[in-house]
Design a protein around this ligand. Structure first.
Ligand SMILES: [Fe+2]
Length: 495
């Protein structure tokens, strides 16, 4: 259907609308009508805006469908969309249950506001140009949990959230796609946090490396029970002093000697690790836990306490002997650490980070102080063969601009997107500019107010994430806390 056909069909369609209050109506687009599925909401709104008077409000209800690509059987999922159209404004919300038009009319009678319906369906109220808040979704891991912000997978689907309710990303993004995403296609840039528990070993991630994936961590919190002075550590690269010793003893051949001894130390540890994991698996079975089930820290501590003292001591001795070959790097809140390919690394207990990653899921495990749940073997040989034989030096962020104390540095330069660290002193503000693309925003430290067209539309605090629509114009972030506001901004690259 085009705009000409719409104009011809409009008087009849309008005649079927249900009255609400003076100057407001509810129009239900029946199933099978060309306006039901063919026409995007933004186009439909523009057409209807040409037909209504300044004082009028038209609500439009229609049933739509999307393919859930993130599920193995890729089912078509029906959902409902309600648009609120005025000459100078459009808003909308979507939900996954099917409501009768008469029921919607009843809900709107006497209170013809979209808020009423959004609240009744616990759905986010969306304006095409206003930022949407991301709701964190926690995915348990053996070392703590991952906090997802933009994940759409079988394991979990993220949502936007507001006072009315929450709406899963794929449905919400389908409402005003032109305004939200412009020329980009979902999924959104993957934004998540890693939150290891503060206990040593339990909260230490795999010592691993990647062949293709670049990993970037921005530190959001350091647990003070683990690191009382607020300076945490990540393990990465070779151990600087040990490297010197090997260079003195073996000259140019130092790396093959270092690697050989490192490999032997890991093998010694792995032999014991396997024995312990078998014991722990038996213990798991007796307690009715799944063999690969992620357990809480308390359950894990309890399980580990069943290992006899002499074996625990042996475990510590062999693990430390292997870890002696790995370097450590100090980190504070706001720091950026990135790991190029073939760089060995392990995030440590109590160091919480935001992670940006390229969409590769490969990893090689060098070693691990617990049973690996996602694979049944380590990749020590391959990892050591390709590893960068060097002490870890984090790449320095690139200063993009600096003005009146506000700094913007690029911390990620991936093929698909850039990410920036923005630092705003208290009382200062920064314009959030996506250059026609959507933006993801995440608070690291401090407190900020989001303003669009001079109006407050949300706050940015520690680990609070937002999506800013591609069409958002005049969007500002003002630092209102006592200290500097530090936040991250990720923007897709125009293809
Ligand atoms: Fe990694």
């Amino acid at each position: 259907m085009d705009v000409i056909a719409f104009r011809e069909a409009w008087p009849t369609l309008r005649g079927t609308s249900l009255p609400l209050e003076p100057d407001s109506w509810l129009l239900h687009i029946p199933n099978g009508h060309p306006l039901q599925t063919e026409i995007p909401a933004e186009t439909l709104c523009r057409w209807i805006q040409q037909e209504i008077q300044e004082s009028e409000t038209l609500f439009v209800l229609r049933t739509r469908s999307l393919v859930a690509e993130w599920l193995p059987e890729k089912p078509a999922c029906a959902y409902q969309e309600l648009l609120e159209i005025q000459q100078d404004n459009i808003r909308g919300c979507v939900w996954k249950t099917m409501a009768d038009p008469i029921a919607i009319q009843q809900q709107l009678l006497g209170n013809s506001q979209l808020e009423t319906i959004a609240m009744a369906h616990q759905a986010v109220l969306q304006s095409p140009h206003l930022p949407l808040k991301l709701q964190e979704l926690r995915i348990p891991k053996p070392w703590g949990y991952e906090g997802w912000y933009t994940g759409v997978e079988q394991r979990g689907v993220n949502s936007f959230i507001d006072e009315q309710g929450s709406t899963e990303l794929p449905y919400a993004l389908n409402l005003f796609p032109e305004s939200l995403l412009a020329h980009q296609e979902p999924p959104l840039i993957l934004l998540k946090t890693l939150n290891p528990v503060p206990e040593i070993i339990l909260g230490d991630l795999y010592l691993e490396l990647h062949q293709e994936k670049w990993e970037v961590y921005i530190v959001t919190a350091i647990d003070e029970t683990a690191w009382p002075d607020g300076v945490g550590q990540v393990r990465a690269g070779l151990h600087p002093e040990l490297l010197k010793t090997y260079q003195q003893q073996h000259g140019d051949d130092w790396w093959s000697a270092y690697r050989k001894d490192f490999r032997r130390a890991i093998q010694n540890y792995e032999t014991l690790r396997r024995k312990l994991d078998e014991r722990l698996d038996q213990e798991r079975s007796q307690r009715g836990y799944g063999l690969n089930q992620a357990l809480s820290t308390e359950e894990m501590k309890e399980l580990l306490s069943t290992i006899p003292e002499h074996l625990q001591q042996e475990e510590t001795k062999l693990r430390l002997a292997a870890e002696a070959y790995v370097g450590s790097y100090p980190v504070r809140v706001g720091d950026v650490v990135s790991f190029p390919t073939w760089q060995m690394h392990s995030l440590q207990h109590g160091v919480r980070v935001i992670e940006f990653q390229t969409p590769h899921y490969e990893r090689m495990i060098v070693m691990f102080g617990q049973k690996a749940l996602t694979q049944d073997h380590w990749n020590t040989e391959e990892a050591l063969a390709g590893m960068k034989p060097e002490v870890y030096q984090p790449p320095q962020p690139e200063l993009i601009w600096q003005q009146d104390g506000v700094r913007c540095e690029r911390v990620v330069d991936f093929p698909d997107f850039d990410a920036f660290r923005i630092c705003v002193p208290s009382g200062q503000r920064v314009r959030l500019e996506g250059k026609g693309n959507y933006q993801l925003l995440m608070g690291v430290e401090g407190y900020g107010q989001l303003l669009v067209g001079g109006e407050s539309c949300g706050t940015v605090r520690h680990e609070e994430g937002w999506m800013i629509p591609a069409v958002a114009d005049d969007c500002w972030l003002e630092s209102r806390g006592t200290g500097d506001l530090i936040c991250l901004q990720a923007i897709p690259k125009s293809s």
